[in-house]
Write a protein that binds this ligand. Structure first.
Ligand code: JAH
Length: 262
C-alpha cells in the first residue's frame, strides 16, 4: 500500500518510523511519504491560511497550496510509475464516523492520500475539486475537536496498517473481538493467578473451553449493554439466544419501551 500525507506539521509523523508500522515500511509492505504543505506555497511568508468568508472566528486553509499538493500527489494523468488514483481522506469533526468496517475498506485500497487540516479547516472547494478526480471521504474519529487532522491520521493509519497482509506476524492474532463482532471484548487476565489479593476468575483457569467461551460471551454482552447501549441496539435479534438475553438483562439493558396510548 502507498500512503501520502500532507500537513503543515510533518514532524507529527515521526512515530510512523517506530514499532510495527516502522517495520512494515522497512519491509516495503507500506510505502509512506509525508509532505509539507508549504512546499506548494510561493509567497515569502509561505502562507496557508486566510480569514473566513462570511465572518466567524479563526482562519481557514487557503485552496491554492492544497490544489497544487493534490495535483502533484494525484496527477490526473497516470504517471510513468503507473501508480493508481489515490483515495483522499480528510479528518474532520464533520466527517463520517471512522469504524473497523471502514478500516477494512481502506486496507483494500492501493493508495491513500491524507490531507491534514489546521485552524478551522480547509476551504471546501479543495474537496469539491478533488472529488472530480478521486474518491474523497471526510472522516471523523469521534465527537470532539482537535487542533488539526494529524493525530486522527495516525489513528486511522494504525487501524488500517495492522490489517495489511504480512504486517502482523503469525504470532500476532488479528483479533478484533471489540468491534468486529458487534460486541465489546470480555476482560483479559494473565499471570499471576492472584495479584494484590485479586484472583483471576476461576472459570478461566478451569480448562473447560465450553464454559470459558460462554463466560466470555456473557461478559461481552454485559459490558456492551452497560457501556455501549447503541451497539446493543444494532445487534440482530437472531444473533441472540436466551442465555444472551439473560446476560443483557443482568447488564441492566432496558427492555424496549411499552407502547403508550395517547
Ligand atoms: C480539527 C482540522 N474527529 C476527530 C477530529 C478530526 C479532525 C479534527 N478534529 C477532530 C480537526 C481542526 C482542523 C481537523
Amino acid at each position: 500500500m502507498r500512503v501520502d500525507i500532507v500537513s503543515i506539521f510533518p514532524e507529527y509523523f515521526a512515530p510512523l518510523d517506530l514499532s510495527l508500522i516502522g517495520k512494515a515500511r522497512a519491509n516495503g509492505l507500506l510505502r509512506l511519504a509525508v509532505h509539507d504543505l508549504r512546499t506548494w506555497t510561493h509567497d515569502v511568508h509561505r502562507t496557508v491560511d486566510d480569514t473566513p468568508y462570511g465572518g466567524g472566528p479563526g482562519m481557514v486553509m487557503r485552496p491554492e497550496p492544497w490544489g497544487e499538493a493534490l495535483d502533484a500527489l494525484a496527477p490526473d494523468e497516470l504517471s510513468p510509475d503507473g501508480h493508481t488514483l489515490p483515495r483522499l481522506l480528510v479528518p474532520s469533526p464533520a466527517g463520517v464516523p471512522f469504524t473497523q468496517a471502514m478500516a477494512h475498506e481502506l486496507a483494500a485500497e492501493s493508495h491513500l492520500l491524507f490531507a491534514c487540516g489546521r485552524y478551522e479547516g480547509i476551504d471546501q472547494r479543495v474537496l469539491e475539486h478533488a472529488a472530480t478526480r478521486m474518491p474523497v471521504t471526510e472522516v471523523s474519529l469521534g465527537d470532539y475537536v482537535l487542533f488539526g487532522g494529524e493525530v486522527a491520521v495516525l489513528v486511522v493509519l494504525e487501524a488500517v496498517t495492522r490489517l495489511l497482509p504480512g504486517v502482523l506476524g503469525n504470532a500476532g492474532s488479528l483479533d478484533e473481538e471489540s468491534h468486529a463482532h458487534g460486541l465489546l471484548e470480555a476482560p483479559l487476565y494473565t499471570k499471576p493467578a492472584t495479584w494484590r489479593g485479586l484472583d483471576v476468575p476461576e472459570v478461566l483457569r478451569s480448562g473447560d473451553h465450553g464454559r470459558i467461551a460462554r463466560w466470555r460471551r456473557d461478559e461481552a454482552l454485559r459490558r456492551t449493554a452497560d457501556r455501549r447501549p447503541d451497539m446493543v441496539g444494532a445487534l440482530s435479534p437472531e444473533s441472540l439466544d436466551s442465555r444472551d438475553r439473560a446476560a443483557l438483562d443482568q447488564g441492566g439493558f432496558p427492555s424496549p419501551p411499552e407502547h403508550v396510548a395517547k
